[in-house]
Design a protein around this ligand. Structure first.
Ligand SMILES: COc1cc(O)cc(C/C=C(\C)CC/C=C(\C)CC/C=C(\C)CC/C=C(\C)CC/C=C(\C)CC/C=C(\C)CC/C=C(\C)CC/C=C(\C)CC/C=C(\C)CCC=C(C)C)c1O
Ligand SMILES: C[S@@+](CC[C@H](N)C(=O)[O-])C[C@H]1O[C@@H](n2cnc3c(N)ncnc32)[C@H](O)[C@@H]1O
Length: 327
């Protein structure tokens, strides 16, 4: 049997192709991973290997996705308000910096993974629109003989104003996407935007499809980060760029103490008061502590095949932007 399209994630078990941690995908067969045929590893070792964490709680890998889904389903409606309150608006500056680092040109095809309520996508559209208009103005200055009708036509359609750019917002959570779509209408973003329900670990896109892949505050929630990174690599075009905005580990001991105090003593309280949801915000701060530090995450990105991997700490390392290229 031929390997599925994303065969980098699959292992042959002799009968067909099996996903490393999942089930057989042969037609009509739904057996789970054949522990007995794995050889040197015992059943209990394999069971332990299939455990992961949900914040500070140890859960099975199968459970984690459902719990994460529940968190974002619960917070979706208050998500944007919570971010402004918790971060005193600072998350906006972090997201602006991500776009500035990307510096997308008109025509860029962006996949914003775990894009949720669209913050990265809307910033991308505004940026390429401004960039395109700047270029058009420059071009018009050199074409002095155009009529006013011709000039007006150049500014007419919003689609044209993006120079062919497209951002695909992909997220596993219907409620987050629903809020995002409404926000897009409210903010007047109608063109150059597509919404796709999908899992970062198994993307519904062909190989070599995008110029840039972004994931902001999303990868921390994914069960198999290595698989998500391999999928990012697969869907990027050669030369494409991976950019990740995510919480990091703070090195300064004093800031770290204050940060811990704020995270554990204040954030869940704000979660309870504003969103009526203590637990989801406790998960947020715990998941930040469980996420690999900046150097470890850099190694993981390299392991997925990215090159020229670098990172930049923002706000003393509370968050970091990692960048890598598919070369
Ligand atoms: C369920 O999952 C999620 C839900 C979500 O809504 C969002 C996410 C993903 C996250 C984002 C999209 C980003 C936006 C969200 C955040 C930034 C929240 C997470 C914030 C932190 C983990 C803490 C860092 C916070 C900041 C950098 C904002 C700045 C805050 C302050 C300067 C402190 C504000 C002070 C008060 C409110 C006064 C009351 C405080 C106390 C009584 C506690 C003691 C606190 C201090 C003495 C000061 C605190 C000092 C710090 C936090 C150090 C900050 C250091 C610097 C600014 C250098 C998601 O996954
Ligand atoms: C903290 S939000 C970030 C949203 C947005 N990127 C932002 O910066 O505001 C995390 C998002 O990751 C999504 N998510 C979690 N696990 C995912 C997965 N396996 N595949 C795709 N999206 C996932 C959640 O549904 C949620 O919308």
């Amino acid at each position: 049997m031929a390997a599925p399209r994303s065969c980098v994630l699959w292992r042959s078990c002799g009968r067909g192709w099996w996903r490393a941690t999942g089930h057989c995908r042969l037609p009509g067969c739904r057996r789970s991973w054949p522990w007995a045929t794995l050889g040197t590893r015992s059943l209990s070792q394999e069971k332990r290997a299939a455990e992961t964490h949900f914040g500070f709680e140890t859960v099975s890998e199968g459970e984690k996705g459902g719990k994460v889904y529940q968190v974002f389903e619960n917070v979706a409606k208050k998500y944007d308000l919570m971010n402004d309150i918790m971060s005193l608006g600072i998350h906006r500056a972090w997201k602006d910096l991500l776009i500035r680092k990307m510096h997308p040109l008109p025509g860029t095809q962006l996949l914003d993974m775990a894009g949720g309520t669209g913050d990265i996508a809307f910033r991308f559209l505004s940026y390429v629109q401004a960039e395109h208009q700047r270029r058009q103005r420059r071009q018009l200055r050199t074409q002095q003989n155009l009529s006013w009708e011709e000039i007006a036509k150049k500014y007419q359609s919003e689609e044209d104003s993006l120079g062919g750019s497209l951002v695909t917002v992909c997220d596993i959570n219907r409620e987050m996407l629903k809020v995002g779509k409404q926000k897009a209408l409210d903010q007047g973003h109608t063109a150059g935007l597509a919404w796709v329900l999908g899992d970062a670990e198994e993307l519904p896109f062909d190989d070599d499809s995008f110029d840039v892949y972004t994931i902001a505050f999303g990868i921390r929630n994914v069960t198999h980060i290595d698989q998500a990174l391999q999928e990012a690599h697969r869907v990027l075009k050669p030369g494409g760029r991976f950019l990740c905005l995510e919480f990091g580990q703070v090195n300064d001991p004093l800031i770290s103490r204050l940060y811990d105090l704020y995270s554990f003593q204040v954030i869940p309280v704000i979660g309870e008061v504003v969103a009526g949801d203590w637990k989801s915000y406790q998960y947020l701060v715990e998941s930040i502590r469980k996420f690999p530090n900046q150097e470890e995450f850099k190694d993981m990105i390299e392991d997925a095949g990215f090159q020229r991997v670098t990172y930049e700490n923002l706000t003393t390392g509370i968050v970091a932007i990692h960048s890598g290229f598919k070369l």
